[in-house]
Design a protein around this ligand. Structure first.
Ligand SMILES: NC(=O)c1ccc[n+]([C@@H]2O[C@H](COP(=O)([O-])OP(=O)(O)OC[C@H]3O[C@@H](n4cnc5c(N)ncnc54)[C@H](OP(=O)(O)O)[C@@H]3O)[C@@H](O)[C@H]2O)c1
Length: 337
């Protein structure tokens, strides 16, 4: 109750920011991002578009990968209209496809650009059941597995960039408070819905993918430390905001739900604030493996803090990207069950 009141009045936390802070406000103290190259997924609309706009305004060079190049070109044009000196590179990437992720990384590497900041923001809420070309439930494939592979393939570049530039690299995973709606065995549920449509529940599948973002953050923070990389990783809950995320559910009922919840909704500049804060604020130097909400550190669900689940998901993900989904779902693997 107290937390809800704090949220509604926008009371600030230890960071000096709160639920009503905007992306522009939280980046006021880091207005010079001119030596930073930032890759932001899902910047064609919603929270990602605002994140990209504000980071460009603060001087960052942007890499904007998108599955529809025309949409990315339009996003680039909108940013350039406001920040004409921005350097923005638009590239093709469909996160639901592992081969597209590999192709993207190979093209990105051929540009020989540095990489200081990776914002894994793209996401979907899939009302309709679908399986990705790699044989994995589509929400999980897009929101988590594509980003898992993308991050893995870019880690070396980020480590090198941090070493050469002396600027600590940062990875931000955009999760959701909805991750806490899932309890149970993540891998078993994923296996169930990947094999059998009748078990598919869009909200549960979305929650699983967002829990995976939280667990990925936890395991990745340890890996980066082991690699001795001067790179941090954290994850965020942006808050609830009306974007194109609910595009498959447009209509009267959705309008009504958003109307009834209107007092709890953020604006898009407010929803991009936590990402921008975690991506750029000097206070977060050396902070890694944490979960943020309303621009302050917060607690993820109990399952989201379970180190064994984080390691187990990492191992399963490694198998999925190297040997395919059937290696996980059709043949139980020793030590993972
Ligand atoms: N809105 C909320 O209330 C809320 C709450 C908590 C967390 N989040 C999270 O915030 C993030 C941003 O969501 P949003 O609300 O800003 O939604 P949005 O407006 O729908 O933006 C989603 C972005 O992801 C991209 N995307 C979707 N599938 C993709 C794919 N296969 N490959 C590459 N890009 C893909 C979309 O690109 P296209 O233009 O190609 O569709 C779009 O740019 C998501 O991770 C979401 O889960 C949102």
């Amino acid at each position: 109750m107290f937390e809800t009141v704090k949220y509604l009045i926008g009371s600030v936390g230890a960071s000096g920011y709160g639920s009503k802070s905007t992306a522009e406000q939280v980046t006021e103290n880091c207005h010079d991002l001119r030596s930073v190259t930032a890759l932001i997924t899902g910047a064609t609309s919603g929270i990602g578009a605002e994140t990209a706009r504000v980071l460009a305004m603060r001087g960052a060079r942007l890499i904007l990968p998108a599955r529809i190049l025309k949409a990315a070109e339009e996003a680039k044009a909108r940013i350039l209209a406001e920040s004409p000196d921005s350097e923005i590179v638009v590239m093709a990437l469909d996160l639901s496809s592992l081969s597209s992720v590999r192709q993207f990384v190979s093209e990105f590497e051929s540009l020989h650009l540095p990489l200081n900041l990776l914002i894994n923001n793209a996401g979907k809420f899939a009302h309709d059941y679908a399986i990705s070309e790699d044989g994995i439930e589509m929400t999980f494939a897009t929101n988590y597995l594509g980003h898992f592979l993308l991050t893995k393939l870019l880690m070396k570049k980020m480590k090198e960039t941090a070493k050469i530039t002396g600027i600590q690299g940062r990875i931000v995973n955009v999760s959701s408070g909805i991750h806490s709606w899932f309890s149970g065995d993540l891998i078993s549920y994923l296996s169930l819905i990947t094999k059998d449509k009748s078990h598919y529940d869009p909200t549960r599948a979305y929650a699983v993918s967002k829990l995976a973002n939280v667990l990925h953050t936890k395991a990745l923070a340890l890996k980066l430390k082991e690699m001795d990389a001067n790179v941090t990783v954290n994850c965020v809950h942006p808050g609830i905001v009306r974007t194109r995320l609910t595009r498959e559910r447009e209509g009267f009922v959705t309008d009504l739900v958003f109307f009834l919840a209107s007092k709890l909704l953020k604006t898009i500049p407010q929803a991009a604030a936590t990402t921008c804060y975690v991506a750029s604020h000097p206070k977060l130097q050396n902070v890694s493996g944490k979960y943020f909400s309303d621009c302050n550190e917060a607690s993820p669900s109990k399952l989201g803090t379970n180190p064994n689940e984080a390691v187990r998901l990492w191992s399963v993900s490694e198998i999925m990207i190297s040997r395919g989904s059937t290696a996980v779902f059709d043949h139980p693997i020793n030590g993972l069950d």
